[in-house]
Design a protein around this ligand. Structure first.
Ligand SMILES: Nc1nc2c(ncn2[C@@H]2O[C@H](COP(=O)(O)OP(=O)(O)OP(=O)(O)O)[C@@H](O)[C@H]2O)c(=O)[nH]1
Ligand SMILES: [Mg+2]
Length: 459
């Protein structure tokens, strides 16, 4: 869309976290950034310096020296926002930050709103909307996997592909709209076969992206893992060994864990939220245990992954029953045979040979817990996606993709029924609209304000 924005105002904000630090960076963007900075910088005339250079000197407010700083110059359009940008690296004291920002405002800048720098970058065509939103995800990412997906989206990710498909659809749409002008004459400018092929191609892409959303969400928000099983199976011991700390109480008394305990671990860059639950058995000893068991089942139903832990030395018939129960609820699961230190691994393997999603461990001795971790990651990735691949993590994109898919189904239906162009046109417009919403080629101001208000100030 490349609307070159023509704002008169120059914005300023602290780009680093507020508080004390070694340095703080204050950022200015807009037509007057160089003028504003130059009036405060006493050491040399910044207006005479080339772009992409760095200058050391003093910031003065009238006659008061505020700080010794390093100033980096970026002349538009070669800058983050596409406008003239100045970055002032000063000392990391909130008092200094306040003084310098105050001085910039007195010289004509105004305080930036949250996300306003990125919003300008978007409006100046430096980033599309999906990329701009990924900047926020990147800042918020707390695991390697979420970081990688955010970087991938920020660098262009799926936007390029969607833009290209949308452009091809626009061409078809133009031809079909043209048919409307000749509706008396029964002509077809748009080749229906080629059009069908394009619709298929768009649908393949949207379906893949929609399917990636579940994984995307998992990467962004973590995978919830419910550890369930009979009392004394060793659930709390497993939680502790995975966390590498004595978090939950372990004892030989069945029914030790009464309520759920949640802790977070990072395995191979994916965040897992482990939930240790109260053991489940036929007859609970008291009301509290009964309540705890009900909660365990609740957690199990909501979990992204269920670890069913059992003692390999116990009666083996129960495992099959539980497995069918979990499968009937369509849950992701792994069976975990614990306490192989007592039975011996070979004996345990022989007893439970018929199960495939099964890992044998000794929680107490930390035996094979690495294997279990690997299997947990495998279940999440299910071999289908690597995190570098395109993954949708944003609910707004997901919604727009779903709507795109609906419109594609309608277009296809229209084509199957040989509908004339004037009846296809509204569905095509709808499809173009939702595809464009993702990359921001179609946008309205409320949406933009909403998206950018989720950013932190200074970004
Ligand atoms: N030999 C052996 N003992 C284990 C192992 N894992 C756990 N235990 C023991 O089994 C007993 C029960 O362990 P917990 O971790 O408290 O079991 P739980 O499943 O949390 O039990 P509840 O909270 O009562 O449902 C404790 O005495 C543990 O030391 C193991 O791998 N080998
Ligand atoms: Mg326990």
């Amino acid at each position: 869309m490349n609307r070159i924005a023509d704002w008169d105002d120059t914005i300023v904000a602290l780009a680093t976290p507020p508080g004390i630090g070694a340095i703080g960076v204050i950022r200015l963007s807009g037509k007057k950034s160089f003028l504003v900075a130059n009036e405060l910088f006493s050491s040399k005339d910044l207006l005479l310096q080339p772009s992409h250079t760095v200058h050391v000197g003093f910031i003065k407010d009238e006659e008061n020296i505020l700080d010794e700083v390093v100033i980096t110059l970026f002349k538009g359009p070669r800058s983050y926002t596409g406008e003239d940008v100045i970055e002032i690296s000063c000392h990391g004291s909130p008092f200094i930050h306040e003084q310098i920002i105050g001085a910039c405002i007195r010289k004509g800048a105004r305080l930036a709103k949250p996300g306003e720098f990125t919003q300008r970058a978007f409006l100046n065509g430096k980033l599309d909307l999906a990329q701009a939103e990924a900047v926020a995800d990147l800042i918020a990412s707390n695991t390697e996997a979420s970081l990688r997906t955010a970087i991938h989206t920020m660098r262009g990710g799926f936007s390029e592909k969607l833009k290209e498909l949308r452009e091809r659809l626009i061409r078809f749409s133009a031809l079909i709209e043209l048919e409307l002008d000749f509706s008396q004459e029964d002509v077809e400018f748009a080749d229906r076969k080629q059009f069908y092929a394009l619709i298929n191609e768009i649908q393949q892409t949207t379906t893949r992206l929609i399917n990636s959303f579940k994984l995307g969400n998992v990467i962004k928000n973590g995978v919830s893992v419910a550890i369930i099983g009979r009392p004394n199976a060793g659930k709390s011991t497993l939680l502790n060994v995975l966390l590498n700390e004595d978090r939950a109480i372990v004892s030989e008394i069945p029914g030790t864990t009464r309520d759920t305990i949640e802790e977070v671990i990072n395995i191979d860059g994916i965040l897992f939220r482990l939930i240790d639950t109260a053991g489940i058995r036929q007859h609970a000893a008291d009301v509290i245990e009964t309540a705890g068991m009900a909660r365990s089942l609740e957690k199990m139903k909501k979990a992204d992954l269920v670890l069913y832990l059992f003692d390999v030395n116990d009666n083996s018939s129960e495992v099959g029953k539980i497995k069918s129960e979990i499968e009937s609820q369509d849950l992701n699961y792994l069976l975990v045979g614990n306490k192989i230190d007592l039975a011996g691994e070979a004996a345990a393997r022989a007893t439970f040979a018929q199960y495939d999603k099964l890992v044998f461990i000794s929680a107490k001795q930390g035996l094979h817990t690495e294997v279990l971790k690997e299997r947990m990651v495998d279940v999440v990735l299910q071999g289908r996606v690597q995190t570098e691949n395109t993954v949708v993590t944003n609910a707004r994109h997901y919604h727009a993709l779903k709507e795109t898919e609906k419109s594609l189904t309608d277009i296809r239906l229209g084509l199957d029924n040989n509908l004339p162009g004037d009846l296809l046109a509204p569905d095509i417009r709808r499809c173009l609209h939702y595809l464009g919403e993702i990359t921001g080629e179609v946008s309205n101001e409320d949406l933009l304000d909403y998206i950018f208000s989720k950013f932190c100030i200074g970004k």
